[in-house]
Design a protein around this ligand. Sequence first.
Ligand code: 2BA
Length: 113
Amino acid sequence: MSAKKPVQWLVVAVVQEPDIVQTMDAAEASGAPVVYLSSTGGFLGNGNATLLIGLPAGLEERIISEFHQICRHRVEYMTMPIEGAPIPLPTPIPVQVGGATIFALPVERFEEM
Ligand code: 2BA
């Protein structure tokens, strides 16, 4: 039995709902366990997912470049009232979301019990 490689990077990725399945598949295909946290964007209030992926050194760049290919830019619309309008007519404002928001942190200590 081969020894497991030590986890040295934690990739935290906020991905949009339509990209969740593909990004989780890509992470799992690399042999990395994935934690899925259901999350909500603070600005738009849309549902997204925060993935926590613990990786041995060397795999973080591969995962991030796969996420670059998978995660699409999309335009969402937020409604804002028009200033000075007699009645609150909502004007949809386009907001570009994604691909993904990714943090890569070095792991100081990792334990599985
Ligand atoms: P939301 O906070 O709902 O933001 C959705 C999109 O709205 C953002 O897309 C960005 O294009 C825009 N946006 C956010 N805050 C804004 C502001 N103060 N003014 C103008 N436009 C703003 P992304 O940048 O692709 O971010 C997608 C999601 O990733 C965010 O959803 C949030 O859940 C997360 N995220 C982004 N940056 C983050 C950060 N620095 N720390 C933690 N989470 C972050």
